[in-house]
Design a protein around this ligand. Structure first.
Ligand code: AMP
Ligand code: MG
Length: 430
């Protein structure tokens, strides 16, 4: 079950008022305002929670660390015995405090105890002198003048996380360290949003599936496989509806199935000017769909909106252009951020790296350009980026050779060789 948070985007005049091309940022905010978010949740084990969206704030039931403890191997003592400019001489009790085995006895004034990293600080002691900073002679431990301050080398209870505070916020996309953090608080399970369900199909009479013979004039459907990969990385549940020919009955059947089964529908092809009138009519009967000319390159034709099936279910449509690079770029720039929001994730800007362009790049202000690039680290330690050959919207090879997109902003003009540009790296650390 899903709940609508606002009215669907209308193909009305507002977003297009400033010209007939819609800036990327406006397309993104118009979409964000019209999305339907997943609200259902489910409880899963920690390993299953990786890549899922946390449903509610995760409140820490304990202090982390739970007790004051030693940050070093050394001797624990009361910092009050330290005097400025004076050596401190302590008597060692015949006991070592290990992690997991707290010392419950009393420690008289002027005494100390051998302690290991992570061991609970005995009552009344607040300072640890590391083993390498003291001199040990029989039962006497000497700390030279001014090598240590009171309270040093002690981790305080609750210093990482206070009991009752939020360890993780609702909407957090769970990464490996988060699973470790949840485990450290004793959680064996987490409540996460159910996965977003996304239907995918390609449109075009000329398309054939890989593995089939290629008749004259036909091409293989590549978009479905690029997009299946991109959706797999997002962690959504995909319904692959295959290839749909350019005819109304087939399209309508595919859309109905998609809307009945999924929260979002992603298509490629069929929204460029040649196809638009016929697709537009069909989609107009099925819901509120806006056909945008987004001020971006590649990837101008793009349709977004809410579709309603014959059975009355609704889903959000992202109709991507057919050209293989344009399909992927519009997916990353427009559809992916929206799908993350639909999945319940808190909004997050795409992290960018600034790299020096090895060559000049021609660009005119008034649209966002996404060029395929290879980022490498130069001998000077700086990041450099070179475009990967011809940038035509259909040239998938240059996308495959790239490891990043060079993103030239809406207002930006041409770039000179050596200028810093923003890039989106394909691969991240976690
Ligand atoms: P369209 O947006 O349907 O006009 O398609 C634009 C261009 O992209 C045409 O050359 C199509 O043949 C090509 N194209 C459309 N869909 C796909 C696909 N799924 N895989 C590869 N190329 C495609
Ligand atoms: Mg087509």
């Amino acid at each position: 079950m899903t709940v609508s948070i606002s009215k669907p985007a209308q193909p009305g005049p507002s977003p297009l008022a400033s010209g007939n091309e819609l800036p990327v940022a406006q397309a993104q905010s118009a979409m964000a305002a019209a999305l339907t978010l997943v609200v259902d949740s489910e409880t899963v084990t920690l390993p299953q929670a990786l890549g899922r969206v946390l449903h509610q704030d995760l409140i820490s039931p304990i202090n982390v660390p739970a007790h004051d403890n030693s940050a070093m191997d050394g001797y624990a003592f009361a910092g009050a015995s330290l005097q400025p400019g004076v050596e401190t001489v302590l008597q060692a009790l015949p006991h070592t405090v290990f992690a997991g085995a707290p010392y419950l006895g009393a420690v008289p004034a002027g005494h100390c105890l051998r302690i290991m990293t992570g061991a609970v600080m005995p009552a009344g002691l607040d300072t640890v002198v590391p083993i390498e900073l003291c001199r040990v002679n029989d039962n006497t431990v000497s700390v030279a003048a001014d090598v240590l301050k009171s309270g040093e080398n002690r981790r305080k209870a609750g210093e990482d996380l206070a009991q009752g505070s939020a360890a993780l916020a609702a909407g957090h996309w769970l990464r490996p360290a988060d699973l470790g953090l949840a485990a450290s608080l004793g959680f064996a399970q987490l409540t996460v949003r159910r996965r977003l369900r996304v239907a995918l199909f390609s449109t075009g009479d000329e398309l054939r599936s890989p593995g089939e013979p290629l008749e004259p004039g036909c091409i293989y459907d590549s978009n479905r496989f690029s997009l299946l990969g991109a959706l797999a990385r997002l962690g959504v549940v995909v319904t692959d509806l295959g290839l749909v020919p350019d005819n109304e009955a087939a399209l309508q059947a595919a859309f109905n199935t998609a809307v009945d089964q999924c929260d979002a529908v992603i298509t490629s092809g069929g929204v460029s000017m040649g196809d638009a009138d016929y697709t537009r009519q069909m989609l107009a009967q099925m819901g509120d769909v806006a056909f945008w000319k987004v001020a971006m390159r590649p990837g101008r034709p793009f349709a977004f909106g809410t579709l309603r099936s014959a059975r009355g279910n609704t889903a959000t449509l992202f109709a991507l252009p057919g050209n293989p690079v344009a399909a992927l770029v519009t997916f990353y720039a427009l559809a992916q951020p929206a799908l993350r929001l639909m999945a319940g994730a808190a909004p997050q800007p795409q992290p960018v790296l600034r790299a020096r362009s090895v060559a000049a790049i021609r660009k005119r202000p008034g649209r966002t350009e996404y060029q395929r690039g290879r980022v490498t680290q130069g001998e000077d330690g700086q990041w450099h980026v070179a475009l990967t050959g011809a940038q035509g919207a259909g040239i998938l090879r240059s996308m495959s050779q790239a490891n990043a997109l060079v993103v030239l902003g809406h207002d930006q003009g041409s770039v000179a060789a050596g200028d810093a540009v923003e890039v989106w790296l394909f691969d991240g650390l976690v």
